[in-house]
Design a binder for this molecule. Structure first.
Ligand code: FDA
Length: 377
């Protein structure tokens, strides 16, 4: 019998949930991570007594009571409600698009007035079959909302002009005819009190962890030491890029400590004009209603991805999807490797989704291990 039942490559939410559940079943696990900390992209770094979301703002939200109860069993969540603002050329608007936004745009006060305004702009545009993202957005919400709140932001995110982006990127643009600035429609949302590291520490318990340890530096040695491997890294790298490299969009974060208690009055302010190179400014303390004497802000700059940068958003276009399908087919034939998480599945997951996926993987995997063949049939 090998030293470990499970070698888990990656200490993000997928790896930590898997480890927690496997340990509950008495399995011996080892987690390795190439970074110098656990938690993957939800990791928070404490600076000036403020939890800084090091890999971008993370707001937990879900409709699933089972997942909500699961995370709350490790750490209590606060009542943070995401209500981002948008700054377009110095003017402020509420998000998501709601009656406050429509009042700020046009001075309209009733839902009927807002609906009429949007409908007249959609009709004026005379778009029957949207040929690109710009036409798609205008045909859904009209030109004002598009020009002021969508165009520049989306162009910065993708690094391309909206007329060069495919229409399918935007399927729906929710508009709300109530004065409700709550960004998410989910039943449950919040931030762990004390930060995401508490959630990760609760999941890990006393699991053995090795940091600054890249699986690919000594792959054979790791495989030899464990019965199974749970792999949450990049699937193309696992197969030595034999079908090609999968592409991503990346982000660059500029953090700044400011000697002032409250800089922007909100956790998230989007900058929706194209000429400002960042898409948003995060003021971290507001996620936890902080009253520390100083504050920390982070500007988020979208970037093209190169292998030396963090791979943040998969580009699920035709070419990348075809490449991924080939890796996926290959991965299905592995007897002792379980693939999971955003990098191995080449998919954007919210936190509640990746936790759900990990719990599902755990239950199918352990059910298959325990499946005893029926001696009669
Ligand atoms: P994750 O990337 O967290 O973990 C993988 C780990 O594997 C990493 O620690 C990595 O170092 C390690 N690893 C990879 N290769 C390795 C190797 N070869 N050897 C050893 N270790 C290796 N969700 C949400 O619900 N609300 C939100 O507000 C946000 N916000 C948000 C902002 C931004 C900018 C991004 C990019 C994402 C979000 N998310 C989010 C999504 C959230 O970050 C995501 O669901 C989880 O972090 C995914 O967890 P994983 O375990 O899949 O990957």
């Amino acid at each position: 019998k090998k030293e470990y039942d499970y070698l888990i490559v990656g200490s993000g939410l997928f790896g930590c949930v898997f480890a927690h559940e496997a340990m509950k079943l008495g399995k011996k696990c080892l987690i390795i991570d190439k970074r110098n900390h656990v938690g993957g992209n939800v990791y928070c770094e404490k600076t000036e007594d403020i939890n800084v979301h090091k890999y971008g703002a993370h707001i937990f939200h879900t409709n699933d009571k089972v997942i909500w109860d699961y995370v709350n069993s490790f750490v209590e969540f606060n009542r943070y409600t995401n209500s981002p603002m948008a700054n377009y050329k110095g003017q402020l608007f509420n998000l998501p698009f709601n009656m406050n936004t429509f009042y700020q745009l046009w001075g309209v006060k009733t839902p009927q007035e807002a609906k009429n305004k949007i409908k007249s702009q959609i009709d004026q545009a005379l778009i029957t079959t949207p040929a690109n993202l710009q036409e798609q957005a205008i045909s859904l919400v009209g030109s004002d909302i598009y020009e002021k709140l969508i165009k520049g932001y989306t162009e910065k995110q993708w690094g391309r002009s909206a007329i060069d982006l495919p229409a399918f990127i935007i399927k729906r643009l929710p508009v709300r005819f109530t004065y409700d600035n709550n960004y998410f429609n989910d039943k449950y949302q919040g931030i762990p009190i004390g930060g995401y590291n508490k959630l990760i520490d609760g999941l890990l318990g006393n699991c053995e962890v090795r940091l600054e340890t890249d699986y690919f530096n000594n792959r054979q040695q790791w495989n030899d030491r464990a019965e199974h491997t749970v792999f949450t890294g990049n699937i193309d790298q696992f197969y030595d890029y034999k079908f090609g490299k999968l592409e991503y969009r990346s982000l660059r974060f500029e953090h700044e400590i400011i000697d002032e208690e409250n800089h922007q009055g909100n956790a998230v302010i989007n900058y929706t004009e194209r000429d400002i190179p960042y898409t948003r400014i995060i003021e971290h303390k507001h996620f936890e209603f902080g009253t520390q004497p100083k504050t920390i802000i982070t500007k988020e700059f979208p970037e093209d991805w190169t292998p030396d940068k963090e791979a943040y958003y998969p580009i699920n276009d035709k070419n990348n999807s075809e490449i991924f399908e080939k890796y996926k087919t290959l991965s299905k034939s592995e007897q002792h490797v379980i693939f999971g998480g955003r990098l191995a599945n080449y998919q954007y997951y919210d936190m509640h989704q990746v936790i759900g996926a990990a719990l599902k993987t755990v239950s199918t995997h352990f059910a298959s291990l325990n499946a005893i063949p029926n001696p009669i049939s």
